[in-house]
Design a protein around this ligand. Structure first.
Ligand code: ADP
Ligand code: ZN
Length: 529
């Protein structure tokens, strides 16, 4: 009589401890893992750093078969797989960086049942041979990482993701878990619709990152402002500085380095070797600054990033939230700092006007930009506004610039009328296009060559605005743009009136403007609970 003791199927918490070496689940990880391990579908919204990976890795380990993970982060697959292998998890990946020989090895391991997790680039699933391969193995679950990439309404749409709707049709009984760190109500609905996850359970975590202090300042000398921030508050700290253009990442990195702050550029135009080297130095060394385009950071898991600075305006609140979310994953006080100015608004409106895509696409970009501008110009708590954007209610936080030093506002009706009537008068000279600089010159009464050339000294508005400085006028114009009381048109960024402008000119509408903070706020940072 010999009893054979079969190893009991490990429970999720056993796996958490034995494989990953953690004591307890965080937030709603346990609930999500139990649900998916039990065969249920899930849509998971959890902020960056919240611990999404375990939500599919553990169910994949406790269920029979291989967990298939779809991820757009091809550059990180090798790292992710290496990290899992170091824990004794049998993992592999298939993407376009491999040659046929390498792919064959992974495919053979999959078929032999020698894998726990298989990472796939989404374009692999548009290839019939991959689908047939999957048919021949046992699939534990499908995890769809960065699931917002399936939503056209979102800010990071990837056409390859649309193919993922086929997974459910081909393998109806395999549970699916879609995960994202960023989703408004509209994006969430679109994800659920496109991936057939309407009946899935939705797990929505709080998006609050209490240890991040949000600050948005008026941009005047951005590099100097950044240097002041880093030297006064973040000496020796690791951080990320985001710029819109490749050229400005290089320029800013050089500027910081000349000023004693070790900074490396990172953008898609650098060769792969330099990119990989800069990324791995950032991850491994202490106190480095990376100056990057948004190509940098997706999936970067460095816990002690103490600040994320934006020198240009992000295109959407989702983008801003995701990029700033790379700060302070360790829960310690961190800064999210953005310098934003008139030129950002003009430039982004121009980019939208000249962007490819249909009218609906441009309209979407416009809505995203407007939401970002509203966050920049708000006099309320930034965190309340940010969380509200993601559909979550909250109280004023005490840890953002507007809470720490509430902005004053002033009656800007007369100033607005001066700007708008200048634009109105220039607009009548339809042959010629005039941008912001010229409008401000006229208000200040500057006899520039352009002013003389067009005889603009003779306009009744010439010189009527000497009560404000040039920077203040630019601030007024920026706020009018953000409030939709003024607009820009065409590739030259010509200022034009909107329907709402008429109400201001006709004295039917008062305009409140924010008083620009003269100095950066230096408040106390609140520690995460
Ligand atoms: P996300 O994908 O949501 O940004 P990750 O899955 O990369 O987050 O997890 C962020 C960090 O938190 C990782 O270093 C991970 O190992 C760690 N982590 C996740 N869950 C736990 C847990 N239950 N206990 C301790 N650390 C955890
Ligand atoms: Zn606040």
């Amino acid at each position: 009589m010999c009893a054979v003791t079969l190893p009991a199927t490990p429970t999720p918490v056993d796996t958490l401890r034995r494989v990953f070496g953690y004591d307890a689940f965080r937030g709603n990880q346990q609930e999500i893992i139990d649900h998916v391990a039990g065969g249920g579908d899930a849509l998971v919204l959890m902020p960056t750093g919240g611990g999404k990976s375990l939500c599919y890795q553990i169910p994949a380990l406790v269920r029979p078969g291989v967990g298939i993970v779809v991820s757009p982060l091809i550059a990180l697959m090798q790292d992710q797989v290496d990290a899992l292998r170091a824990l004794g998890v049998r993992a592999g990946f298939l993407n376009s960086t491999q040659d046929l020989g390498e792919r064959r090895v992974v495919e053979a391991a999959f078929l032999a049942g020698e894998l726990d997790l298989l990472y796939l680039a989404p374009e692999r699933l548009t290839v019939e041979s991959t689908l047939r391969l999957l048919d021949r193995g046992t699939i534990a679950l499908f995890a769809i990482d960065e699931a917002h990439c399936v939503a056209q309404w979102g800010h990071d749409f990837r056409p390859d993701y649309l193919a993922l709707s086929a997974l459910h049709e081909r393998w109806p009984s395999v549970p699916r878990i879609a995960l994202t760190a960023t989703a408004t109500e509209a994006t969430r609905r679109e994800i659920a619709g496109r991936l057939n996850l309407e009946d899935a359970r939705h797990f929505v975590s709080s998006f609050d990152r209490p240890n991040i202090q949000y600050r948005i300042v008026a941009k005047n000398k951005p590099e100097q402002q950044l240097l002041e921030l880093l030297t006064s508050e973040h000496k020796g700290d690791a951080g990320i500085v985001y710029c819109l253009s490749r050229a400005s990442t290089e320029r800013t990195a050089a500027f910081l380095s000349q000023n004693g702050i070790e900074a490396l550029p990172y953008h898609a135009g650098l060769d792969a070797g330099t990119r990989a080297r800069n990324q791995s130095r950032f991850l491994r060394e202490d106190g480095l600054v990376v100056v990057a385009t948004i190509a940098f950071g997706m999936g970067i898991d460095k816990p002690d990033v103490r600040f994320v600075a934006h020198l240009d305006l992000p295109k959407s609140v989702e983008g801003y939230y995701q990029e700033t979310g790379r700060a302070g994953r360790d829960g310690l006080p961190s800064t999210a700092w953005l310098a934003y100015g008139l030129q950002d608004v003009v430039q982004q409106r121009k980019m939208i006007a000249s962007s490819e895509g249909d009218h609906a696409h441009r309209r979407r970009l416009g809505v995203h930009l407007d939401a970002m501008l509203a966050l920049c110009e708000t006099v309320e708590c930034r965190r309340v506004q940010l969380l509200n954007y993601f559909g979550q209610a909250s109280e004023p936080c005490g840890n953002c610039d507007t809470c720490l030093s509430p902005p004053q506002s002033w009656d800007g009706t007369v100033a607005a009328q001066k700007v708008l009537s200048t634009v109105y008068r220039l607009d009548r000279e339809r042959r010629q296009k005039f941008g912001v600089g010229h409008v401000v010159d006229i208000l200040l009464g500057k006899t520039t060559p352009k002013v003389s050339q067009h005889n603009h000294e003779s306009l009744t508005v010439f010189g009527v605005g000497t009560e404000l400085s040039e920077a203040e006028w630019r601030g007024v114009v920026r706020q009018l743009l953000a409030q939709g009381l003024l607009s820009v048109e065409g590739e030259h960024g010509t200022l034009v009136l909107t329907d709402a402008s008429a109400e201001v000119l006709g004295r039917r509408r008062e305009v409140r403007l924010r008083t620009e903070a003269k100095r950066a706020v230096r408040g106390s940072t609140r520690r995460a609970a």
